[in-house]
Design a protein. Structure first.
Length: 74
């Protein structure tokens, strides 16, 4: 099964959370340049990245908390 998400859809997830590209990227550990490329349609997000973005869209606080916990252990 192929999963696709447009740059507009990715941008809408981020903007729906009221976050700038740098803040969204920092919170969810995605590089700003990667996020920008997805949103501008320069690159397409991988299927795994799309699944991650859908998880963020549906459970932003849960995912942000998990990311914080995982990165704090490093």
């Amino acid at each position: 099964m192929s999963v696709h998400m447009t740059g507009q859809q990715i941008s809408e997830i981020r903007r729906g959370m009221g976050l700038s590209q740098p803040k969204f990227a920092e919170r969810f550990k995605i590089s700003v340049s990667t996020l920008r490329a997805w949103e501008q349609g320069v690159n397409r997000a991988s299927q795994y990245a799309i699944i991650y973005l859908k998880l963020i869209e549906n459970n932003p606080e849960l995912i942000a908390n998990e990311v914080r916990e995982i990165t704090a252990r490093r």
